[in-house]
Design a binder for this molecule. Sequence first.
Ligand code: ADP
Length: 214
Amino acid sequence: MEVGILKNCSGSAYIEQGKTKIIVAVHGPREAHPKHLALPDRALLRTRYHMAPFSTGERKSPAPTRREIELTKVIREALEPSLLLEEFPKTTIDVFIEVLQADAGTRSAGVTAASLALAEAGIPMRDLVAAIAVGKIGGQLVLDLNEEEDEHGQADMPVAMMPNLNRITLLQLNGRLTKEEIVTGLTLAQKGIGKLYELQRQALKSVVEKNIGE
Ligand code: ADP
C-alpha cells in the first residue's frame, strides 16, 4: 500500500494484493456541481469503480458493465459509515477506483485503498475501513482468493470492517456457507482485516513522514 501517489487530487492510494493492482483518487470536498446535487446537511459521497480495459484476461467492454455499477454502489456503502460527511454540507466527495490489474478481490482491495485515499484527503473519519474476502475451497475456509481460486471455490464472502470500532460495513455472500462457516469466516476475516489495518497505518505514517521531510 502506498499513499499520496498522485498530485492532481485531494488524496490518493495504490494497493497491490497478490496480482490485483488498484489505484484510487479522491477529489473534494468541493462545492457541488450542478448545484441541485448539493445536500443541505452533509457532503454527497460519490464513487466510481472502473476496470481498465487491460485489467482482465478477456477484453472488457469500455462501457460501464452491470457489475461495475453494482460494485460502485457496494463500495460507496462500505465507506459511507466511516465518514463524518455532516462536516461538509453542500459539497461532493468523489472517489475514483481504477482497477489496473484484476486477480479477484478487487472490491475488497478497492475499499481498503479508497479509505486510505480519503484519509489523505483529510476527510474526518470514525475509523479506517479495510476489506477482505473469505472463500471456501475443497470444504476449507480460506482468505483472499485469487481469480482461479474464486472460479473453482464453493463460496466467496467479501467483508469490510472498521477495525477499531469492530463494525462491519460490507457483507456479501456468493455461494453457500453454513451458519457455523459464516461465524468462523467472519473471525478469519477479522484477523485478515487486522493485518490490513496495520499496513494501512504504516502507509499513512510513511506519507506523513515524507510530507514533514519536504
Ligand atoms: P471481486 O473482484 O471483488 O472478487 P468478482 O467476484 O465479481 O469481484 O470478480 C472476481 C474476479 O473475476 C475479478 O477480480 C477479475 O479478476 C475477474 N473478472 C471480473 N469481471 C471480469 C471480466 N469482465 N473479464 C475478465 N475477468 C473478470
